[in-house]
Structure formats: structure tokens, C-alpha cells
Ligand binder design. Structure first.
Ligand code: NAP
Length: 253
């Protein structure tokens, strides 16, 4: 049964990478966390890590691009953990290709997960936030929103999420709900490992080349993004809304 004094967060794509680090960070901030990912079983590690630290977490399997699955997942979170007042739209996929080789499916898959997924999740969760008169939505954009070779689909989706964020901020502000976006630069996760594989270089060399372009001279870690999410979700960020925070070790990656 829900414990009414604990705020509840939903983090999508939280089985690994940035989502897992964010789920753990929000749990250590005192929130109960719904760990949402495609496969419920894959959420087990994140859930156990949270529980091992004395936190409360629930594994929920859902494809964020599927309307019925999203509605069922959000309702389940409300019933089992409590009304979700924090939503982090983090689930993401890559289908990189140069424009002339990009298939319809490459385009649609990326739009579906990032844009449709964030839309469906936000629409389902805002009901609880507006009812409570308090809420926080954080969307994961990317420095790729500024344009990136081989990512016409992904950069379009990540730029779209910035417009989505600003519109949510305008519509939901009067209900005490803020919406902000974080645009990470190079973060060492399975996603960047997959990119290294695709371009045929070792992850070590790929990281070295990325770091050479980063003013703070290191790769980002998932925890760097989780720290920024924690700021936007906190009580003290209530007057910060509709913003895009580049967390990239410099002005852009
Ligand atoms: P990741 O390691 O690939 O993790 C993404 C997670 O999202 C995976 O667990 C994946 O599940 C899940 N997912 C994919 N499609 C889903 C769907 N339809 N429904 C539910 N879950 C789904 O990626 P990451 O590097 O942590 O990235 C997290 C977010 O940050 C993404 O939005 C990404 O675009 C953004 N970002 C990352 C970087 C970076 O350098 N890593 C930079 C900028 C922005 P499966 O494993 O089952 O596919």
C-alpha cells in the first residue's frame, strides 16, 4: 500500500545507465522510485541496489511508446507506491545512420521512444501532479539537439524534447508543476559503447577522442546527470521551469 508521506518518482529506462543512476540518486534523496524499463526482470539490479540502501523501489515493465502499457504502468505505480509526482523521461534508443541510409524504421523508432514516449508518460503522470498541486518533470535531451552527424532522427527528437519541455512548463506551471530538460554530453554508458562498436573503434579510443573535446577533460558519468536531475526535482528548484541544462563538461560537446 502507498505510504502517503513519501514522494514517488518514476524513472523510465532505469534498468541501466543514466536512468539507473538517477533512480538510485532519487531514492537516496528520500523518494520511492518506480524503475520502469522494457523488461521488468532487467530492473532487478536497480531495485535491489535501492533496497540495499534502505530505499523503496518497484520494478515495472513497460514500453514507453505504447499508450496502453504506459497508462497501465502509471496506474500500477499509483496503486502500489503512491501517486507519482516526479517523472524522469529518460528511456532512449539510438538508430544512427547518415541521412541517405536512414530507414523509415530508424526514424520512427527514435521518434516513438523519445518523443511519443515522453508525451505518453507525461500525459499519464500529470493527472496526479496537477491533483496534488505539485510535480516535477525532467526530460532527457542531448547535446545532439544542436546537430550531430549520423543522428538526423536522434537530434530531431532531442531538439523536439526541448520544445516539449518548454510547453509543459507553460501549461503546468499554475498547478505547481515544473518541467525542465537536461542535455547530457558524452556519458560513459552502454549507449556510448554501442556507438563505439558501430563506428568500429574500441570504447577506450572512442572515449579518449571525446574527452579531447571536453573542456573539463573527462568523460561524464551517469551520476553527473543524476545530480542535475536531483536539483530539478528538489523543493529548492520550484522557480526553475522550462529550462535546458547542458551537462556536458563545457558549453557544448
Ligand atoms: P542506455 O544505457 O542505452 O539505457 C537506456 C535504457 O532505456 C535501457 O535500459 C533501454 O532498455 C531503455 N529503453 C529503450 N527503449 C525503451 C522503451 N521503449 N521503453 C522503456 N524503456 C526503454 O542509455 P543511456 O546512455 O543511459 O541514456 C539515457 C538517456 O540519456 C537517453 O534518453 C539518451 O538518449 C540520453 N543521453 C545519453 C547520452 C550518453 O552519452 N550516454 C548523451 C545524451 C543523452 P533496453 O536495454 O531493454 O533496450
Amino acid at each position: 500500500m502507498p505510504e502517503s508521506n513519501t514522494r514517488v518518482a518514476i524513472v523510465t529506462g532505469a534498468a541501466r545507465g543514466i536512468g539507473a543512476a538517477t533512480a538510485k540518486r532519487l531514492a537516496s534523496d528520500g523518494l520511492a522510485v518506480a524503475v520502469v524499463d522494457l523488461d521488468e526482470k532487467q530492473c532487478a539490479d536497480t531495485v535491489s541496489a535501492i533496497e540495499a540502501e534502505g530505499g523503496r523501489a518497484l520494478a515495472v515493465g513497460a514500453d514507453v511508446s505504447d499508450s496502453a502499457q504506459v497508462d497501465a504502468a502509471v496506474e500500477r505505480v499509483a496503486a502500489e507506491l503512491g501517486a507519482p509526482l516526479v517523472l524522469v523521461n529518460n528511456a532512449g534508443v539510438l538508430r544512427d545512420n547518415l541521412l541517405f541510409k536512414m530507414t523509415d524504421d530508424d526514424w520512427d523508432t527514435v521518434m516513438d521512444v523519445h518523443l511519443r514516449g515522453s508525451f505518453l508518460m507525461s500525459r499519464a503522470a500529470q493527472k496526479y501532479m496537477t491533483e496534488a498541486g505539485w510535480g516535477r518533470i525532467v526530460n532527457l535531451s542531448s547535446t545532439s539537439a544542436l546537430g550531430n552527424r549520423g543522428q538526423a532522427n536522434y537530434s530531431t527528437a532531442k531538439a523536439g524534447l526541448q520544445g516539449f519541455t518548454k510547453t509543459l512548463a507553460i501549461e503546468l506551471g499554475k498547478f505547481g508543476v515544473t518541467a525542465n530538460a537536461i542535455a547530457p554530453g558524452f556519458i560513459a554508458t552502454d549507449m556510448t559503447k554501442a556507438t563505439a562498436d558501430r563506428v568500429g573503434v574500441s570504447f577506450e579510443d572512442f572515449t579518449k577522442a571525446a574527452v579531447a573535446q571536453i573542456p573539463v577533460a573527462r568523460a561524464g558519468a551517469p551520476e553527473d546527470i543524476a545530480n542535475a536531475v536531483s536539483f530539478f526535482v528538489g523543493e529548492q528548484a520550484g522557480f526553475v521551469s522550462g529550462q535546458v541544462l547542458y551537462v556536458a563538461g563545457g558549453p557544448r560537446a
